[in-house]
Design a protein around this ligand. Structure first.
Ligand code: SF4
Ligand code: SF4
Ligand code: SF4
Length: 300
């Protein structure tokens, strides 16, 4: 990991020094080793603060949304999952490829800083864990799918059957499923952290913030909570790049990837083969972002 830190610092310094980019997005260290945070370096001096360690887990591609209305050129470090997020933004016309210099890292898997914090504060039932973050155990794409420069050696996917949990839920009766989701989703406190961290949630005005009309109720009750999660999951159809950040940041441990992976599985089976954000083809759109006059309109 230390090698990566030095290499990223050198690349960022070079790009910022010669004016190839105006800002370079990576990570820097907070007070504790595990408190790694997204970082925006604007000079070669600031690039010396960059680090890459076991906790550089955040999907930085989401940070590009801060720059969608500017003309600045941006350097960014991406792991496999982050790079799929960049393709999400390119396909959604949120950023232009020529504004980006992408440094890819073949990802060895990350630890979860939130988990480490719970360990540190004694809120964990398990003793200090050295395991990978949950999302990294389900990783199908550790290697960047788009980059200008690549660091590290190619890694193998870690997951055996990423839909195993989804299949268990599918095997339940309709009543059992409803009960499971009712209990699970009733824990949601509607903090919207899962939306804020999501690179695929890139609408300028979110349906959940609209008041006139108020499409989804804001009360923290089971009905409104279920509605929030059904609407969010359906908006992710064909668009979720499976970075797992929503589930990782949820303060009440709602297994959000169950919903996302169910939709991913169905989109692949019904409209595929299709995996979101796996390759960038200019002008290509996800399945539900295209319309043809011959499309059936049974639903409407
Ligand atoms: S999900 Fe994959 S690419 Fe992303 S941090 Fe984990 S192992 Fe790396
Ligand atoms: S992060 Fe968790 S608690 Fe917050 S809105 Fe999302 S599911 Fe609900
Ligand atoms: S829904 Fe979750 S897994 Fe999918 S892109 Fe958004 S944050 Fe990543």
């Amino acid at each position: 990991m230390n090698d990566f830190t030095q290499q990223i610092q050198d690349i960022a310094s070079r790009l910022l020094d010669n004016g190839q980019v105006d800002v370079f997005i990576a990570w820097h260290k907070g007070q504790q080793d595990f408190q790694v945070q997204p970082y925006f370096a604007r000079s070669a001096d600031e690039a010396q603060n960059i680090i890459f360690n076991d906790y550089s887990i955040h999907n930085l591609s989401n940070s590009l949304l801060k720059f969608r209305d500017s003309k600045e050129k941006i350097g960014i470090v991406v792991k496999g999952c982050d790079s799929r997020g960049i393709i999400r933004l390119l396909e959604d016309n949120q950023i232009q490829r020529e504004r980006l210099y992408i440094v890819g890292i073949c990802c060895p898997g990350m630890k979860d800083p939130l988990q480490a914090m719970r360990d540190e504060l004694g809120f964990n039932h398990k003793p200090e864990s050295t395991e990978l973050a949950a999302k990294c155990n389900d990783c199908i794409q550790p290697n960047p799918v788009i980059y200008d420069e690549l660091l590290g050696t190619e890694q193998s996917p870690r997951v055996q059957d990423r839909f195993a949990r989804v299949k268990e839920i599918e095997a339940m009766s309709a009543d059992e499923r409803y009960q499971f989701f009712e209990e699970t989703i009733s824990r949601c406190i509607r903090c919207y952290a899962c939306r804020e961290v999501c690179v695929a949630c890139d609408c300028r005005t979110c349906i959940f913030d609209e008041m006139r009309p108020q499409w989804v109720g804001r009360e923290n009750n089971t009905t409104d909570n279920l509605m929030y999660h059904i609407v969010k999951a359906s908006h992710m159809a064909g668009r979720c790049i499976e970075c797992g950040e929503c589930e990782r940041v949820c303060p009440v441990n709602i297994p959000l990837m169950l919903l996302n992976q169910k939709v991913i599985k169905d989109v692949n089976e019904l409209f595929g083969p299709y995996e979101a954000g796996m390759q960038y083809v200019e002008g290509q759109k996800p399945p539900f972002s295209m319309y043809e006059e011959s499309d059936p309109d049974d639903f409407l």
